[in-house]
Design a protein around this ligand. Structure first.
Ligand code: SF4
Length: 688
């Protein structure tokens, strides 16, 4: 418990908007929460989730001490056991027999230590993050087009654009403060807004045009746009010499079919004319594009249009991927994905590996990409991964084929979970549970969707024996005999991360924050990277990319649609978030106010489907796929298309017939990014 006040500047732990928060401790374990008027992301605004943060600081049910086999244990006993089991497994079966599964909820410093331990000291790249489920296709698309995983723009581009196209994103619910900024700009300057989404979401209410596109047809649409841009002289003569692949991309785009989009021809024409005729266009997307078995191609189909027209990196224009989680970007920067190294360096590149190994003075380095999340849990299931450490995420609920993942964790030889709560679906299956410090109790940094690095600051003391994740990881590393894990706090880790980014910058990486290595960590104000020799807010307007020849790449995209649903599962289930809940509800579920919005798992069903199935509003429906089963309350609504119901993904519970939507989703992934197609599960529906 801490003394009352003064206010502490920190950052919201939920979505990738990354709003600044002022937290004022009340001295009784709680805090008053307000938006930080000086934070560039939100300028004082908060959405309902952020505003309710003070209601989620409860200590009830917290994990307060390590547990081994369900019994309380000392930190020494738990850490020694983890180090011993990991070392023994590596000695017997090699470094690829162990894995870390981490989270976009981790702070950058936690991520840095996890990545260093796994890739530089254990010598395997079997570290992946739940961000794989969220934005891996955008990472892959960026790298194919730009040579690096770089978000070119800034939030204020949305306020300077004349046209904002929102594709596969319910911005009003999932990135509310960004949506508020967009609406304010629209009121001030008449910004045109187009929403492209099979569902009529809350975001459509503020739009000039809603294109209820056929699910999965986004690449068709943007390929049609690319053809229109070329045919009307919209390709930029000045920018094209800075690109490769324009001819091949155009040839591939010619195969796109207007009828595949399922759109009214007049609406389609209106969109094409609007985009082609507007210089200042931002195309913004999130999971509706990324969570697809052709998500990377969809991203590149969008990027192609911006590249061909030179509408990139200038005020008010550009492609914009917004991330779901508070620190998905920070994880990308430290290399927290199985196919990345650190600071946007490449794991397959021997020069990059040698530079990182030299910096870390590490005994070994992973030489090839590790297993991505779906592959990782398959390897756990098959017994190839025998020791698994899961930090700050709940894959037994959030992964596709969630029941299968839950069984795999339960059957793993040795599973460790670091979390705040002992009773999540994942934590219940662990051999060792480590009590983690929660938001408000730990210090570190996060990076939001526009590349702004902000501090998260502690304003409460961690309860019981809870400790930050970086400390847990460093302790295990030291007990495994590794040097270089003796930081005295997150400031030292951040300084090391920043110094490593200088090494990366010298090798040509865009991610260079070496100018922050000696910064006043405690007083650090929100700052946009890069902060090395180069400091800039936007990328690529100058036509300089991070590819070997310096040119941007237009990628040929052969648009394809999802495979047809089988007769036995005739519905294609879309999944997503609701306005007032976050992930698997471990925090937002504590707020009675947030539960008032939508209080239980539901199935949004078109009236025609509901009538055909004999399902009245509020009836219970049994939803089944070959992967699992869920029981959901029926919500009849024409906001969804016939044959394409929607269900939120937040609800937890034991395996079996509950609201566990991800138990229904098959582990079908994009071949480039490895991101699961979480919005396209073939299901059967019947009255319960
Ligand atoms: Fe938090 Fe996102 Fe809401 Fe901002 S918009 S307060 S970051 S949940």
């Amino acid at each position: 418990m801490t003394a009352p006040g003064p206010s502490v500047r920190t950052t919201c732990p939920y979505c990738g908007v990354g709003c600044g928060v002022l937290a004022t401790p009340d001295g009784r374990g709680g805090a008053a929460i307000a938006g930080d008027p000086d934070h560039p992301a939100n300028r004082g605004r908060l959405c309902v989730k952020g505003a309710a943060l003070g209601e989620t600081l409860s200590m009830q049910g917290r994990l307060l001490a390590p547990r081994i086999g369900g019994a309380e244990a000392t930190w020494d006993a738990a850490l020694d056991l983890i180090a011993e089991r990991f070392s023994r497994t590596i000695a017997a079966h090699g470094p690829d027999a162990v894995a870390l599964y981490v989270s976009g909820q981790l702070l950058t410093e936690d991520y840095y230590v996890a990545n260093k331990l796994m890739k530089g000291f254990i010598g395997s790249a079997n570290i992946d993050t739940n961000s794989r489920l969220c934005m891996a296709s955008s990472v892959a698309g960026h790298r194919r087009a730009f040579g690096t995983d770089t978000v070119p723009g800034q939030y204020d581009d949305l306020e300077q654009a004349d046209l904002v196209v929102l594709v596969g994103t319910n911005l009003a619910w999932c990135h509310p403060v960004l949506y508020q900024r967009l609406m304010a700009a629209r009121a001030a300057r008449g910004t045109k807004i187009v929403v492209i989404d099979p569902r009529r979401t809350a975001t459509c209410e503020g739009a000039d045009l809603h294109l209820a596109i056929a699910p999965g047809a986004d690449a068709h649409l943007f390929n049609l746009l690319l053809c229109r841009l070329f045919d009307t002289g919209g390709f930029s003569a000045a920018f094209l010499p800075k690109l490769t692949g324009a001819d091949a991309a155009l040839t591939a785009a010619r195969a796109a079919r207007a009828e595949a989009t399922g759109l009214d021809p007049a609406d389609l024409e209106r969109f094409l004319a609007l985009w082609a005729g507007t210089e200042k266009v931002v195309t913004l997307w999130s999971q509706g594009i990324n969570q697809s078995d052709s998500g990377t191609d969809k991203v590149n189909a969008i990027l192609n249009c911006h590249l061909a027209t030179g509408r990139i990196g200038r005020p008010g224009m550009g492609p914009f991927s917004v991330t779901g989680q508070p620190n998905a970007m920070g994880g990308r920067e430290v290399g927290g994905l199985a196919n990345m190294l650190a600071c946007h360096l490449e794991i397959e590149n021997p020069v990059h590996r040698a530079a990182v190994q030299g910096f870390w003075a590490s005994p070994t380095m992973a030489e090839r990409p590790g297993l991505k999340s779906v592959e990782m849990f398959r390897a756990v299931e098959a017994g190839r991964i025998r020791a698994l450490w899961i930090l700050h995420t709940n894959p037994a609920v959030s992964m596709p084929e969630a029941d299968r993942v839950a069984r795999a964790i339960a059957a793993c030889d040795f599973a460790v979970v670091s979390d705040v709560w002992p009773d999540t679906d994942t934590a219940r299956r662990a051999h060792v549970l480590l009590p983690a410090a929660a938001w408000g109790e730990k210090d570190g940094t996060v990076t939001n969707s526009e590349r702004v690095i902000s501090r998260q600051r502690a304003f409460l003391a961690p309860p019981g024996q809870a400790r930050p994740d970086w400390w847990q990881l460093a302790q295990v590393a030291r007990r495994m005999g590794f040097a270089g894990f003796d930081w005295d706090g997150p400031a030292a880790i951040f300084a090391e991360h920043a110094a490593l980014s200088g090494v990366a910058g010298a090798l040509g990486s865009d991610f260079d924050i070496s100018g922050l290595a000696g910064a006043d960590y405690d007083g650090l104000s929100p700052v946009t990277w890069p902060q090395g020799k180069v400091r800039r807010r936007r990328f690529f307007a100058d036509g300089q990319f991070h590819t070997p020849d310096g040119r941007g790449r237009m990628v040929p995209v052969v648009a394809r649609l999802p495979a047809p649903v089988p007769e036995a599962q005739p519905f294609r289930l879309n999944t997503g978030r609701i306005r007032d809940q976050w992930h698997t509800m471990t925090r937002t579920g504590l707020s009675p106010r947030l539960a008032q919005h939508l209080g239980e798992p539901y199935l949004e069903l078109h009236p025609r489907d509901a009538a055909a199935l004999g399902l009245a509003p509020a009836a219970l429906a049994c939803v089944e796929s070959p992967q699992g089963r869920a029981i959901l309350r029926v919500l009849v609504s024409d906001r969804v298309r016939p044959g394409h119901p929607f269900a939120p993904m937040h609800w937890t519970g034991e395996t079996g017939p509950t609201g566990r939507t991800n138990a229904l989703v098959p582990a079908l992934t994009d071949p480039v990014s490895g991101q699961p197609a979480s919005k396209s599960a073939a299901v059967a529906i019947r009255p319960l």
